[in-house]
Design a protein around this ligand. Sequence first.
Ligand SMILES: [Cu+2]
Length: 285
Amino acid sequence: MLGVGSVALLAVLTGCDVGQAFDGFGWPQNGITPQANRMYDLWIGSTIAALAVGVFVWGLIFWCIIRYRKRGDQLPVQTRFNMPMEFLYTITPILVVSVLFYYTALVQANVDDTDKPADVTVEVVAFKWNWQFNYRDGSGAEASTIASTQGSDDVIPVLVLPTDRTIRFEEISRDVVHSFWVPELLFKRDVFPGNIRNVFVVDRLQTEGEFVGRCAELCGTYHSMMNFELRVVSPEKYDQFIAAKQDGQSTQAALTAIGEEPLAVTTKPFDTRRDVQNFNGGAGS
Ligand SMILES: [Cu+2]
């Protein structure tokens, strides 16, 4: 059992390398936050621990099948009520589960920790069927919006955020339940209507680049078109972007000003074809 524990620990420590060799054991390997990396390491460690236990048990099974196969009609030595063995059967699974539980609790507490002081707070407003991103001067509903971006039928909203800063997301919905999902965060969280501000905090974004974001909760007719883009830039560019927005520039102009593509590059606005596919006898009928 010490072996299983140390294998699990070893796996947590070297998780990335082992995971890469086995394609992450099915887990996405493209996380861009420390939280995503810790969830990935937990998955790799748990999988290796499970495989170690599995190989050990399979080995015992095959060893018993061969070693104790029937040799005659004599009843073999009976080993029921072998106290050391019974004790081992009971204590080993408890230890294995305890180790898994311990690491799971650690990672979950880290992912769910919303008390960390944040450098950047962004309010995510979901509505049928688009997004608004409000950059805030503090946390909670009482804080004020200092800059804002909103998507439309023609323009995908681009959420610009900096690397190497702690970012607090506060989610609210104007109508129904939506879900804010950037696959590379390896994390999504529902956006509820009413007075609920659903909060999560990432320690930092590690990779600059463009990442598609989606609504991951079926929210109505154009749910599938409710996309956005997360644009991760350097802290310097981010500050310039916010300053440009506060100067009254549009998001597209501010993006151009910091040397970024003005429009989303990971997704494009969908053609809703509302006129030609009007079931009530519109222009196309
Ligand atoms: Cu939605």
